[in-house]
Design a protein around this ligand. Structure first.
Ligand code: PAF
Length: 295
């Protein structure tokens, strides 16, 4: 579509009309409230598009997906500001924003054909005692919206953050299962200097929540340190969990060391991933990181 150095003015698309002419680029799905982490995802999308000489644009979708929220309050509280998001996306190198209304994504709403379309959830998000347990209905909603976005925008590749680890595994499996032919690219989690993973939800953290919030990344680092030094997954998990529990107190939800690909039990010699979640004040935080045994 355009040469690597060329910058297009940002186009904002809200309907499905003309979307087919935007196929073949790189998509960055978001729910808006863009922060530096999204900036990095969009920059990566731009690099991939340019380096591979793909014909389509860099698109960021901005859609707060009602189907993936299990609490109405969480959906309502989700920050929304399209004008600010559009400016930030353009700064990062985005060329098109796809910002549909709910009716465009799910014609007929909850009872319409898109919202009620069957989903084929992969193993990594079923009965794992992780996000699947703490956010019932979340992953079917993510599956629905990501399939719809990929079908509508028809990118060659799509970029997702590794911070939502189970989601990344889910979307990778979904693209394959549905025969969408979209390459799913995982982007590293961006962190504040003190280790806190960037998240749109961090705006709700009060200054006095900070120490507790850091419990997640500190617990992960402790588990990683032990895991990389040759401790068993169980030992690494126990030590990391203790660190996190001490910091987050009653808000603790889970801290698990799992197989990175299946999110099930750790497999000897295979990459391991620590996944954790906690409520800090009114904010629910998740984080993860991993290691490869003997590396
Ligand atoms: O990670 C997110 O922001 C959302 O789950 C996604 C992928 C945009 C789907 O709504």
């Amino acid at each position: 579509m355009n040469a690597p150095s060329e910058r297009m003015p940002l186009e904002i698309v809200t309907t499905t009309d003309g979307l087919s002419s935007l196929a073949g680029g790189v998509l960055v799905p978001t729910m808006g409230a863009l922060h530096r982490g999204h900036h990095q995802l969009i920059e990566l999308a731009r690099r991939v598009r340019d380096e591979r000489g793909l014909s389509g644009p860099v698109i960021a979708s901005v859609f707060v997906n009602p189907a993936q929220f299990n609490e109405a309050k969480d959906f309502e509280m989700y920050p929304r500001n399209l004008a600010t998001d559009a400016r930030k996306a353009a700064d990062a190198g985005c060329e098109v924003i796809f910002a549909p209304e709910v009716e465009v994504m799910y014609p007929g709403g909850k009872d319409g054909p898109e919202w009620s379309r069957p989903v084929d959830l992969p193993e990594c998000v079923v009965d794992k005692g992780l996000e699947d347990e703490y956010r019932p209905g979340h992953f079917p909603g993510v599956y629905l919206v990501c399939r719809r976005l990929l079908e509508l925008c028809r990118p060659a590749a799509a970029v997702f953050g590794k911070k939502d680890w189970q989601q990344l595994q889910l979307v990778t499996a979904m693209s394959e299962r549905e025969g969408l032919g979209v390459e799913i690219i995982g982007a590293e989690t961006m962190r504040e200097e003190d280790g806190l993973a960037l998240s749109s939800r961090n705006v709700h953290l009060k200054p006095e929540d900070r120490e507790a919030a850091l419990g997640l990344s500190r617990g992960i680092r402790e588990a990683q340190r032990l895991g990389q030094a040759g401790a068993s997954a169980a030992e690494a998990e126990e030590a990391g969990r203790k660190v996190m529990r001490r910091a987050v107190g009653d808000g603790f939800e889970y801290f698990e060391v799992r197989d990175a690909a299946t999110c099930g039990e750790v497999v000897e010699g295979q990459p391991a991933r620590v996944l954790c979640a906690a409520k800090v004040g009114v904010t629910r935080l998740i984080d993860n990181d991993g290691w490869v045994p003997n590396e």
